[in-house]
Design a protein around this ligand. Structure first.
Ligand SMILES: *[C@@H]1O[C@H](CO)[C@@H](O)[C@H](O)[C@H]1NC(C)=O
Ligand SMILES: *[C@@H]1O[C@H](CO)[C@@H](O)[C@H](O)[C@H]1NC(C)=O
Ligand SMILES: *[C@@H]1O[C@H](CO)[C@@H](O)[C@H](O)[C@H]1NC(C)=O
Ligand SMILES: *[C@@H]1O[C@H](CO)[C@@H](O)[C@H](O)[C@H]1NC(C)=O
Ligand SMILES: *[C@@H]1O[C@H](CO)[C@@H](O)[C@H](O)[C@H]1NC(C)=O
Ligand SMILES: *[C@@H]1O[C@H](CO)[C@@H](O)[C@H](O)[C@H]1NC(C)=O
Length: 413
């Protein structure tokens, strides 16, 4: 009985992954070309001592900005887990398993300029999550971060019976359970946060994007009571216009309006923040929003040949402060404005500003090293960059660092 259920879970999880791969790879982002001058970048090999390092920050306004720093090669402490040893790893992200041979992408530590990140201690985090629910809400980038978190925790739970996935076919929610701690670490699929025609966890590859900008309850009631909420929403918005629907998806007489993307993003975040303001228990729930995850789909942006992308990249971008012209700071401003507004109403949401640190990591994406769900044509095989995934991130890799930052905030008093 148990075995059969587990088999079903495995099948549906696979389908879930399949759909997510296509969903995001399918998105066409609009980019401008940009030049790039490279200067030297200080890379030192500094391994960490065991034990926690003091965390020298007392809030977002203090001198230490955890998001301003540099990558330091550290093959003594990294990777924090092995992809083949984590049974919850996604085949979409397990680059080494799917043939990637250069492994330095797994061995970089993020070093903030004026302070240190605490060392990630999975046991300590599980103890903090005892009797709690942490939910990641968003798209497949957020899902990758959830997989990373599950693998980070997995390595410290040695009894295989004390960890499992819970997933009901057709549901937007997938949960990792650690019964020894009564802890639940979950992912909820809502790529545009509000209700949309892309909400089906399996069938969401649709030619046009339609949102119901004022409706979030269907999703939010699933996660509102969580103890820790980690949101993201960015890539699915990357098109010039979004259709906004007044009425229901089933109703043939619903009214549609094409709205400029930034305006529709603003509308959706307004609905999201109003929901939080009214429904979230401020003494219980801690709120985080992951900033934009950059993509590396146009190699001319970092000075390489213009018909290439992240395929074949084995080094990061070394220009200090590099940002891709494809990363839209206007969207970041909209998130900041919504969150500042919430702050004036007494609700605190922390933005984890992972955009800049991820910008450097053009070598961190799966490119061709992941499970291919469709067989590839001769033409594709002769041109690997044509089917490279330069959006998601290999694990172990960049999202582990996002989780180390989240960890730092969770333990910040
Ligand atoms: C991790 O945390 C646990 C529980 O707080 C503690 O007992 C252990 O010593 C920590 N491990 C390290 C390497 O600091
Ligand atoms: C770490 O990298 C250095 C320099 O590349 C190398 O000499 C050393 O063998 C590596 N250590 C491990 C544990 O991989
Ligand atoms: C287990 O955790 C849930 C939250 O995920 C909580 O509601 C419940 O009370 C906990 N159970 C016990 C026995 O503490
Ligand atoms: C999951 O549900 C879909 C329809 O909603 C169905 O086609 C599929 O066979 C189901 N998968 C499993 C493993 O039950
Ligand atoms: C909010 O959460 C706190 C801590 O878990 C709890 O004591 C309190 O009853 C909750 N308030 C409401 C209105 O549910
Ligand atoms: C995040 O970092 C970028 C680049 O360093 C900066 O422009 C932006 O203002 C930051 N946003 C927040 C909310 O800190």
């Amino acid at each position: 009985m148990v075995a059969r259920n587990q088999h079903m879970i495995t099948l549906s999880v696979v389908q879930f992954f399949v759909s997510l791969v296509f969903a995001v790879v399918f998105l066409a982002a609009v980019y401008m070309a940009g030049g790039l001058v490279t200067t030297s970048f200080d890379v030192i090999n500094r391994a960490k001592e065991d034990g926690d390092v003091t965390l020298l920050f007392s809030g977002d306004d203090s001198e230490c900005n955890l998001f301003s720093g540099k990558w330091v090669f550290d093959n003594k402490s990294y990777p924090l887990y092995k992809d083949r040893e984590c049974e919850f790893m996604s085949d979409q992200l397990a680059c080494n398993k799917f043939g990637r041979q250069d492994l330095s992408y797994q061995q970089w530590r993020w070093q903030p300029h004026y302070c240190d990140l605490p060392r990630f201690n999975a046991t300590r985090l599980l103890e903090r999550l005892r009797n709690k629910r942490m939910v990641f809400v968003g798209d497949s980038l957020n899902r990758g971060q959830w997989v990373s978190m599950v693998c980070l925790l997995d390595s410290s739970i040695h009894n295989p019976k004390m960890k499992f996935l819970n997933y009901i076919n057709g549901s937007n929610l997938i949960s990792f359970k650690a019964p020894g701690y009564n802890a639940s670490i979950e992912f909820y699929w809502a790529p545009l946060l509000v209700e949309s025609n892309s909400d089906d966890p399996v069938n969401h590859r649709l030619p046009e994007r339609i949102i119901k900008s004022q409706s979030i309850e269907k999703h939010a009631r699933v996660w509102t009571d969580a103890d820790i909420l980690v949101f993201n929403s960015y890539l699915w918005w990357r098109q010039p216009h979004i259709k906004v629907l007044w009425g229901s998806f089933e109703d043939k007489n619903g009214i549609y309006k094409e709205v400029e993307m930034l305006r529709s993003y603003e509308l959706a975040l307004k609905t999201w923040s109003e929901w939080l303001e009214i429904h979230v228990n401020r003494t219980k729930t801690r709120l985080f929003f992951m900033s934009m995850s950059p993509t590396h789909e146009r190699a001319e942006e970092w000075g390489a040949s213009n018909d290439q992308n992240c395929y074949g990249e084995t080094d990061m971008i070394i220009k200090d402060g590099y940002t891709s012209p494809g990363t839209d700071p206007k969207m970041m401003r909209i998130v900041e404005n919504s969150i500042d507004e919430l702050k004036t109403r007494g609700l605190r949401v922390h933005i984890l500003n992972i955009t800049q640190l991820s910008e450097y990591r053009k070598e961190g994406h799966p490119s061709i090293y992941r499970k291919q769900w469709d067989s590839l044509s001769e033409e594709q095989l002769s041109n690997p960059s044509s089917y490279s995934d330069c959006i998601h991130w290999c694990l172990p890799g960049v999202p582990d660092v996002w989780n180390e930052l989240l960890y730092a905030y969770i333990f910040q008093q």
